[in-house]
Design a protein around this ligand. Structure first.
Ligand SMILES: Cc1ncc(COP(=O)(O)O)c(C=O)c1O
Length: 397
């Protein structure tokens, strides 16, 4: 057997991307599949953003830039956060990364190491604990309570602090649950973290996708309480339908940004120069495309929720943010002769041709994640197939 580095014994590829690969395989072999697996907007990138990329090419903006991005991009990111949250960041406190994923990874490598524990709320997006492991630290998963909608609670996180705790990672809105952390809960976490010198890594990749007018000024909460121990990770991917362009950002104290720039300088260097110009247009231009996409996601969320409500043994809540429905399937497994949500996901793909992501991918067995970043037609057909499949397991009356 080929011998790889020891760390490969401890890690696996992204389970969410595995679903995408399975859908691709089936489609290439001519099978029509309803895809509820995709973790990305189905919308095209808005035209003004694309136009800025064309303009960058025409102007020959095609060379290396500073590792953390052109100064215009870093200032555009800072200006967006100032406008949205009232926080004031200098140039040395901002860097651009190849997606929010690289922002989180840079932060994990810069902050965590062997012997460190990092608290992560679950269900969790798989790359969060995996990146902690890649940094040779230990993720400490804190399960949420399904009956509480998996709300992210300070008390549950703080209970798990030990002398080894180096960081707490918070993802709000959360993938896969769509749950938010309340400002007061984050404030309680931040006060304790500041007292103990623990870092808070905040994954804000879905920050623009919140359906109701709830207070969610998390950057301000951290900037006020633990500015020298915060790492804010954001992204153009979901907000501006730019997943393929690969641009995110990391905001934090200058020494952290300098460390992360050093790491990135040996890994990928700068984000594509053309993408950088497109993201400047996205951040500084009118934000109406974001509002339009959010309105469309809201209609889809409500429709999908109402359709699934026809089957009371499937339990799901209307998510507060992001574009995923996290459905409790524990009530239907036995009737279908299945024992796990992973088996259900396989059976749905094989027999109903519906791709979903099993809760096992998020450390939450017993659930499946449906992405509603897809058209109403697809949502209607997919939920009809799902309901029919589930009904097929109901014993005849
Ligand atoms: C919770 C969460 N954080 C971060 C990301 C990173 O996305 P990107 O690297 O495209 O910005 C994702 C993408 O699915 C995500 O779901």
């Amino acid at each position: 057997m080929m011998r790889l580095a020891e760390r490969m014994m401890r890690m696996a590829g992204s389970p969410t991307m595995k679903v995408t690969a399975a859908v691709d395989r089936l489609r290439r072999s001519g099978v029509e599949v309803i895809d509820f697996g995709a973790g990305e907007p189905d919308f095209d990138t808005p035209e003004p953003i694309k136009a800025a990329a064309h303009q960058a090419l025409r102007a020959g903006f095609t060379r290396y830039t500073p590792v953390g991005g052109a100064i215009e991009l870093r200032q555009a990111i800072a200006a967006r956060y100032e406008a949205d949250y009232g926080i004031d960041l200098g140039d040395a406190e901002v860097m651009a990364t190849a997606g929010g994923k690289q922002a989180l990874y840079n932060a994990a490598l810069a902050l965590f190491g062997p012997g460190d524990e990092v608290i992560v709320h679950a269900p969790a997006w798989p790359s969060i604990p995996e990146q902690v492991r890649l940094a040779e630290a230990t993720p400490v998963l804190v399960p949420g309570d399904p009956s509480d909608g998996f709300a992210i609670r300070a008390s549950a996180l703080l209970e798990r602090i030990t002398p080894r705790t180096r960081g707490i990672v918070i993802n709000s809105p959360c993938n896969p649950t769509g749950a938010l952390i309340a400002e007061a809960e984050l404030a309680a976490v931040a006060d304790e973290a500041a007292r103990r010198g623990i870092w808070i890594v905040l994954d804000l990749c879905y920050e623009k996708l919140i359906y109701d007018a709830v207070a969610h000024n998390l950057p301000r909460v951290l900037a006020d309480r633990c500015r020298d121990r915060m790492a804010l990770c954001g992204s153009a991917s979901k907000a501006y339908a730019m997943t393929g362009w690969r641009c995110g950002w990391l905001l934090g104290p200058a020494p952290l940004i300098a460390a992360c720039s050093a790491i990135q300088s040996h890994a990928t260097s700068n984000v594509s120069s053309i993408t950088q110009q497109a993201v400047i247009a996205a951040l500084t231009g009118p934000q109406d495309a974001v509002t339009r996409m959010l309105a469309e996601y809201r209609v889809r969320r409500d429709s999908l929720h109402d359709w699934l409500a026809a089957e009371p043994r499937l339990r799901c809540r209307r998510p507060a943010g992001a574009f995923y429905m996290f459905v409790d399937v524990r009530g239907v497994l036995a009737g279908l002769g299945l024992t796990t949500s992973a088996e259900l996901a396989d059976a749905l793909l094989e027999r109903a041709r519906v791709a979903v992501t099993p809760g096992e991918a998020f450390e939450a067995p017993g659930f499946i994640r449906l992405s509603y970043a897809t058209s109403m037609t697809v949502l209607r057909e997919g939920s009809a197939r799902l309901l029919e499949f589930v009904a097929s397991g109901v014993p005849a009356a």
